[in-house]
Design a protein around this ligand. Structure first.
Ligand code: P6P
Length: 350
C-alpha cells in the first residue's frame, strides 16, 4: 500500500530516480548519470544567474580580475558538463556541441555503465547578455560494447564512428531532457515513462517535483518560427505559415507568434501551452540550424513522451539514422495535430 505522505515529505529528482530504480525501470548507472547532469545544471544555473555580476557575460577575450583570458559562459558550461559526467564513473563517450569531436572518458574515471551522452551545455547563450532564458539540452544513449575498431582511423574518427553507430535516437535514447535557466531553473526529463519537471529550490539546492507526467495539449494556437527567414524557406513552409495567419480559416482567430530565439525557452512554452516550434531548412542551409543528437532528438523524444510529435517535415525525427555527430536536421516539434498539419504541407511538396 502507498505510505501516507506527511506534510514535510517532498519529492525530489533524487527520490524520483530512486523510485524508478527500485521499480526496475532504470538501472543504477543511468540514475547516477542523470544525477551528475543535475549537478552540472545546478552549477550552470548559478553561473548564468550571476553572469553579469561575475563578469561572465560578453565574448571571450575579456580579462577577468586575475588578468586571465575570460572564457565565454558556454565554454565554462561545457567544462562543467564534462567534469560532472566524467567523474560520475558511468559514462564512456561524451559528445558536446562545443567540441569538434566526441571525447572518450579517461579510463581512470570509468567504472561501469559506459553510457554515451550528447549535450549542448548552454543553448541560446547569445541571449545571456540580454537576460533572456537559456538552457542545457542532453540525451543519454545506451552503451554499446562494440565500436568500429578501425585500426588506421585516428582516435577522433573512431570516436565519431562510435557515437554515430551507437546513437540511433529512436532506439538508443535511454533518457533525454533539458534544464531551463529562466525566472526559475527547471529540469524537464524523461526515461521513457512520461515527462516530469523538477524546479530548483535554491533554499535547499534540490530539484523538487513540480510538473508530474506532463502531457502537451493536443492543439495549440501558438507557432514559434523565426519569420525573418521566411523568404528563404521552402514554398510549402511559406504556405503553411500563411495559412496560420488567415482569420477566415480559423473563425476569426488566427494563430499567435511567439519566438524568443532560445530553443529551450520556446520548447518549454510549447510543451506546456501547446502549439508548434519550427526551425525549417532553407535555401542557405537545407537541413536548418539545429543538431540532431543533442537538440532535435532530445526535444522530439520529450514531445512524444508527452503525447506530441517531432518531425523533420518529411519523417519522424526519432527515425533519423545519424551520419555525423554534429548533423543538422530541420525540426518541427509540438502538439501532434499541429505538427501533422505542418506535414500536410511539407509532405505534399516532396
Ligand atoms: P535564429 C540558439 O542559437 C539556437 O541554437 C536555438 O536555441 C534557437 O532556437 C535558434 O538557435 C535561434 O536561431 O537563427 O532564429 O537566431
Amino acid at each position: 500500500q502507498t505510505k501516507q505522505q506527511n506534510e514535510y515529505e517532498i519529492f525530489t529528482l533524487t527520490t524520483w530516480l530512486f523510485k524508478l530504480e527500485k521499480q526496475g525501470t532504470i538501472n543504477n548507472e543511468l540514475a547516477v548519470v542523470i544525477s551528475s547532469i543535475a549537478l552540472a545544471c545546478k552549477q550552470i544555473a548559478s553561473l548564468v544567474n550571476r553572469a553579469g555580476i561575475s563578469n561572465l557575460t560578453g565574448v571571450a577575450g575579456a580579462q577577468n580580475v586575475q588578468g586571465e583570458d575570460q572564457k565565454k559562459l558556454d565554454v565554462v558550461s561545457n567544462e562543467v558538463f564534462k567534469n560532472c559526467l566524467s567523474t560520475s564513473g558511468r559514462t564512456g563517450i561524451l559528445a558536446s556541441e562545443e567540441e569538434d569531436f566526441p571525447v572518450a572518458v579517461d579510463i581512470a574515471d570509468a567504472y561501469s555503465g559506459n553510457y554515451i551522452v550528447c549535450f549542448d551545455p548552454l543553448d541560446g547563450s547569445s541571449n545571456i547578455d540580454a537576460g533572456i532564458s537559456v538552457g542545457s539540452i542532453w540525451g543519454v544513449y545506451e552503451p554499446s560494447e562494440e565500436c568500429p575498431m578501425d585500426a588506421h582511423d585516428d582516435a577522433n574518427k573512431l570516436m565519431e564512428q562510435c557515437v554515430v553507430n551507437v546513437c540511433q535516437p529512436g532506439k538508443d535514447l535511454a533518457a533525454a531532457g533539458y534544464c531551463l535557466y529562466s525566472s526559475s531553473t527547471i529540469m524537464v526529463l524523461s526515461v521513457g515513462t512520461g515527462v516530469f519537471g523538477f524546479t530548483l529550490d535554491p533554499m535547499i539546492g534540490e530539484f523538487v517535483l513540480t510538473h508530474k507526467d506532463v502531457k502537451i495539449p493536443e492543439v495549440g494556437k501558438i507557432y514559434s518560427f523565426n519569420e525573418g527567414n521566411n523568404d528563404l524557406w521552402d514554398e510549402s513552409v511559406q504556405e503553411y505559415i500563411k495559412s496560420l495567419k488567415s482569420p477566415e480559416k480559423w473563425d476569426g482567430k488566427p494563430y499567435s507568434s511567439r519566438y524568443i530565439g532560445s530553443l529551450v525557452g520556446d520548447f518549454h512554452r510549447t510543451l506546456l501551452y501547446g502549439g508548434i516550434y519550427g526551425y525549417p531548412g532553407d535555401k542557405k542551409n537545407k537541413n536548418g540550424k539545429l543538431r540532431l543528437l543533442y537538440e532535435c532528438a532530445p526535444m522530439s523524444y520529450l514531445a512524444e513522451q508527452a503525447g506530441g510529435l517531432g518531425s523533420t517535415g518529411t519523417t519522424r525525427v526519432l527515425d533519423v539514422v545519424p551520419e555525423a555527430v554534429h548533423q543538422r536536421v530541420p525540426l518541427f516539434v509540438g502538439s501532434k495535430k499541429e505538427v501533422e498539419y505542418l506535414e500536410s504541407f511539407t509532405k505534399k511538396s516532396k
